[in-house]
Design a protein around this ligand. Structure first.
Ligand SMILES: O=P(O)(O)OC[C@@H](O)[C@@H](O)c1c[nH]c2ccccc12
Length: 272
């Protein structure tokens, strides 16, 4: 079994348990359930912003512990102050050290859209995402049959949530161009082998229809790769480890953004 299979089977067991503890009827009574979620695309395309989705991440199967000692809302506030467009919060506990509590505390701390980063396989988790304050959900093509992606995306859309669909290969992309999806994220990391290359984003870009906002995910350690991704039509950049491994992730984002702005204005000058 690959790590992705292990994560999915653990998720299945955990969801079954949570469904017992907190049924949907209870989630629907959470105070945040009735709000109108923030639209991710509006924030990613806001004038003057770089489109960075900054991630709150403690650990991962590929990197082990990245940063064990931080307060999620404090990190998120740092990201917001440094100009992030959205905040991503891992909620998987076993493999990523995250929690639902991390997400709801982050939501209370910032004004930006919040992405629930998890392995979503059921409508239950989408209802839960809305109830705890998420504005965007992630669906992973490698983990779901295309028909399930479509029906979960439709369900999320009915709740007013934005849907980020993650793909890694051309086949996954072509099988999942569902109109209910808002954002297509190309994961530069292969979830089976953990190998990372931004070439995945660059190669898939021409195959992503214009109606989908393009997000490049993972391994964007160096801001120097971002101008080429923007050139290829990417408007969102999902970055976790690069910031989280620093003592002050917000400061790391501020520095990255400053360097990126310089690189972008140089690229423009060269083009002239
Ligand atoms: O820490 P990185 O390399 O900047 O990557 C962030 C994000 O893309 C990564 O955490 C991620 C992308 N897709 C996922 C799916 C599940 C869990 C995590 C992820």
């Amino acid at each position: 079994m690959s790590i992705l299979d292990n994560i999915i089977s653990n998720t299945r067991a955990e969801v079954a348990q949570r469904r017992e503890q907190t049924p949907v009827s209870r989630l629907e009574k959470y105070p945040l359930f009735d709000r109108t979620p923030l639209r991710a695309a509006n924030y990613l395309r806001a004038p003057g912003k770089l489109g960075i989705i900054a991630e709150v991440k403690r650990q991962s199967p590929s990197k082990g512990i990245i940063n064990a000692d931080f307060d999620a809302p404090e990190v998120a506030r740092g990201y917001e102050a440094a100009g992030a467009s959205c905040i991503s919060v891992l909620t998987d506990q076993k493999y990523f050290g995250g929690s639902l509590t991390d997400l709801s505390r982050v939501k209370a701390a910032v004004q930006l859209p919040v992405l629930r980063k998890d392995f979503i396989i059921s409508e239950y988790q989408i209802t839960e995402a809305k109830a705890i304050g998420a504005d965007i959900i992630l669906l992973i093509a490698a983990a779901l049959p295309p028909a399930t992606v479509a029906s979960l995306a439709r369900f999320a859309q009915q709740l007013g949530l934005s849907v980020l669909l993650e793909v890694h290969t051309l086949e996954e992309l072509q099988q999942n161009l569902h109109p209910e999806v808002d954002l297509i994220g190309v994961n530069n990391r292969d979830l089976h082998s953990f190998e990372i290359s931004v070439k995945h984003s660059l190669q898939l870009a021409p195959h992503i229809p214009a109606q989908f906002l393009r997000v490049s995910e993972s391994g964007l350690t160096n801001y120097e790769v971002v101008p080429a991704l923007k050139q290829a039509g990417y408007e969102g950049f999902l970055i976790g480890e690069t910031f989280m491994r620093e003592r002050d992730p917000g400061l790391a984002l501020a520095t990255y953004s400053q360097e990126l702005r310089k690189a972008l204005s140089n690229a423009q000058t060269v083009a002239l």
